[in-house]
Structures are given as structure tokens and as C-alpha cells.
Design a protein around this ligand. Sequence first.
Ligand code: ADP
Length: 152
Amino acid sequence: MKRIAFFPGSFDPITKGHEDIVRRAIPMYDEIIVALGVNSSKNYMFSFEQRLKWIEDTFTDCPNIKVISYEGLTIDACKKYNAKFILRGLRNSNDYEYEKSIAMMNLALAPVIETVYLNTRPEWSAISSTIIRDIIKNQGNSEAFLASGVQL
Ligand code: ADP
């Protein structure tokens, strides 16, 4: 059976930190699904189409990476795509506490799906999509922090 990992997020926009986590996980899985979560009650800076395109453009060189979007519970989307692992990146202890509660709930709802974490590289651990959006809003240069497929 193929080992499939699901990397969910809002990617508003996709950053060097996201890209690094996915690329480092490539040797661990047969396929990684980078999944753009759609939450209709959330306000995004970049459109759905734009965020999806940037993710696709970031991983065009990676045949084992598939880019999709989904609505609803992450575990339901994992089941749909036959993914037994949810991949997440950890920047600091706040991320850990937050991720841990989601992972515990997901494990209770879907015991066959495991959440797997990779620590962020130190050089990308201060990057968040929120800070990048702030830089962009204030006409700063965020290029160094954006994933390779992002063209502002
Ligand atoms: P969400 O809306 O689920 O928080 P994000 O797009 O912000 O989605 O993040 C998706 C995943 O990427 C999460 O596991 C998050 O911890 C991780 N992540 C976010 N920023 C970084 C970073 N700079 N380095 C590594 N992982 C990151």
C-alpha cells in the first residue's frame, strides 16, 4: 500500500517554511498531498485560485506531490485520498500545544490516521503567513520568505 501524507493548511500565502517541511518529507512517503483547506467563514488575503496556483508552481518539479483543495474535516479528506498520515510543521512550543490538541482530537475521530511533525529549520522558524501578509500590506519586501512558486 502506498504511504500517503496529507499536508493541510491555508497557505495565505505559501512560505519557505511550508515548502521546506514538504520537501524534507519527500523521502518519507510515496506521495504527499498538499491540501488547501477552504473555510468559508475565514477572510483570506489572497484568493483561492491564487493560493492554489502558488502551491502548484512551488512543487512543479516534484512528481510525488499532488496539490488539492478540500472543505470540511481534515480527517475526512485524508480518508478520501487514502492518506494515513497528517504532516505538520512545528516552529515553537506554541505550535506544539496548538497542534497537539488538534492531533488528539483527530486521533479520537480517526484512530488509523497519525499526525507526524517535522521541526522547522531555524532559519524559517520565525516565518508565518500572518507576518508575511503584514509585510505585504505595508509594502515591505517579503520575497526572501515566500515559497519558490510565489510571484507577487
Ligand atoms: P493553518 O491554517 O492550518 O495554520 P498554515 O498554512 O498556517 O495553516 O500552516 C500549515 C502548516 O505549516 C502547519 O503545520 C504549520 O505549523 C506549518 N507552518 C507554518 N509556518 C511554518 C514555517 N515557517 N515553518 C514550518 N512549518 C510552518
